[in-house]
Design a protein around this ligand. Sequence first.
Ligand SMILES: [Zn+2]
Length: 241
Amino acid sequence: MLDNETKLIQRLFLVLAAVLIAGCAHGPRTAGLKQGGFTTVLIDPGHGGKDNGGTSGRRSAPFLREKDLTLDTAMRVRDILNHAGVRTVMTRDGDYFIELDDRVAMANRLGNGAILVSIHYNATGSSAPRGVQTFFWHANSHGLATRIQQNVVQSTGEYNNGVTRRRLRLTRNPQIPCVLCECAYLTNPAENAKAAQASYRQLIANGIANGILQEYRLGDQGIPSVPEIWAPLSKGSEKRE
Ligand SMILES: [Zn+2]
């Protein structure tokens, strides 16, 4: 009788221990430390204040300024991420100007555990170019760029200009993973008309946020790796973005 009781207690103890060990492996210890290795997203609405960024052109209807669309889209991305429990910081939350180097400094102050996602809308001299394009420089930002690009294209059905490795101040200089997404062309009449609609900017924001959340959960799993390429810091005299 006693023997049986002892065995039962031993068995219960083993089951309890197994549950505790499993709990440690999959539960509290890994919570908040997802594969992407970040907990904070610095969202950067491009331009602002005296810097309109690109525009759709004075004769276009409606006339849109990049700085307004980037702020609106960034706030939508922020809301989705916050709802999903991811901490966010905005480089700006109103219509004021911040130097690119100050945006880089904000990223570097956040440091380890943060990523930077810069949001832009494209403009050019011709009405033909269209679509979405995401830029990165560092090898540790390729997965994030790929996921954002794929998700914005999927969410909006926009033309896919792909992921491009380009040394910009906001892709080269921050010491944290960083990407820059050009969401649509304001100089393309069809895309300008779509960008004017809040519902369409929500689709863009959904895509950006989904890409970030995928990277948060999975890290670079399934993304082809690229070699790191050293380059000097990007200077203001070299690039406009
Ligand atoms: Zn821009």
